[in-house]
Design a binder for this molecule. Sequence first.
Ligand code: HEM
Length: 139
Amino acid sequence: MRLLSWFLIALLAGCAQQPPEDDSLYLALGERPGIQRIVEGMLLNVARDQRIVEHFRKVDIVRLRDKLVEQLCVEAGGPCRYTGDSMAESHKGQNLTRSDFNALVEDLIDAMDAEGICVPNQNRLIARLAPMRGEVIEK
Ligand code: HEM
């Protein structure tokens, strides 16, 4: 029975998204100020992005900015706490598609380019966000 419990714990731990092992990505992104510049750059790109801008028309953009900064900080291994809603909750009913998801990732990549983040570090951040796709999109 005890063996079974350990097995289940190991299984659950394996499925859940683990925090990054170190803060090297957080440092590479320029810590919290750098992450804030990336998020703001991404949101400015979204504002010009006809593919997805409609989704953001009625949103409290300051709250969204703040929650995104917290979340990317956590995902990069920084000393932050995410205080926003779950991904499923915040995107429920928006009917988001794979194309919407890819468009947002492109806007994020352009923002990281503008901040001079090298491609390997861009890929590290995107790899942290990719597992959330299933909770964000509906089709
Ligand atoms: C990995 C991908 C994504 C991440 C990490 C993410 C993250 C977030 C976060 C942290 C929030 C704020 C939650 C809160 O207010 O507590 C949010 C809300 C929102 N997201 Fe996303 N998001 C993703 C994909 C997308 C996509 C693809 C779209 C649309 C193209 C989108 C549109 C929105 C909108 C419109 C809101 C505001 C909802 C509201 O305030 O009612 N998100 N997202």
